[in-house]
Design a protein around this ligand. Structure first.
Ligand code: 8DG
Ligand code: MG
Length: 139
């Protein structure tokens, strides 16, 4: 008999936030909960009646207290974890104002593309990081 999948599906807006030093902002997830302690690109769930760009701007203000410009789409990843399915819609963004604060995460860092290898990310992020590196080679 076919088993109907009942695992939750989250639609997430994700920001790759660049500063003027060509660094990217990453945050470390809290020590408890889903994917505890892993690093990620900041973002969160889309709410009804907002666009993905609005979602990203809102989440970044809520989670980090900074203003960003949401730029071009980088990649959309559909990934299934054991108990969760995620759609990560990732945009290049630019830091505009404010000093990032760890409001809803454990830690934050500005890192270069090369330094991303020193941090542990959720499985779905491999494709995001590959897309970022590919983009770098095109420049
Ligand atoms: N923001 C973000 N989420 C990611 C990344 N990679 C990845 O697998 N995810 C997953 C982790 C979470 O399950 C989900 C993000 O959802 P969320 O931030 O709204 O939810 P959460 O689990 O932190 O907490 P909650 O609000 O559901 O309690 O996407 C990433 O790079 N950035
Ligand atoms: Mg979040």
């Amino acid at each position: 008999m076919n088993k109907i999948s009942t695992i939750p599906h989250k639609i997430i807006g994700v920001a790759v936030i660049w500063n003027d030093q060509k660094q990217i902002l990453i945050d470390r997830r809290l020590p408890k909960g889903t994917m505890a302690g892993l690093w990620e690109f900041p973002g969160g769930k889309i709410e009804s009646r907002e666009t993905i760009e609005e979602c990203i701007g809102r989440e970044i203000l809520e989670e980090l207290g900074i203003k960003i410009e949401v730029g071009i789409h980088l990649i959309t990843i559909n990934h299934t974890y054991s108990h969760l399915q995620v759609t990560l819609t990732v945009y290049h963004c630019r830091h505009l104002a404010g000093i990032p604060q760890a409001i809803e995460c454990a830690e934050i860092r500005w890192v270069s593309l090369d330094e991303l290898d020193d941090f542990s990310f959720p499985e779905a992020n491999l494709a995001i990081i590959t897309a970022l590196r590919k983009g770098q080679n095109d420049n």
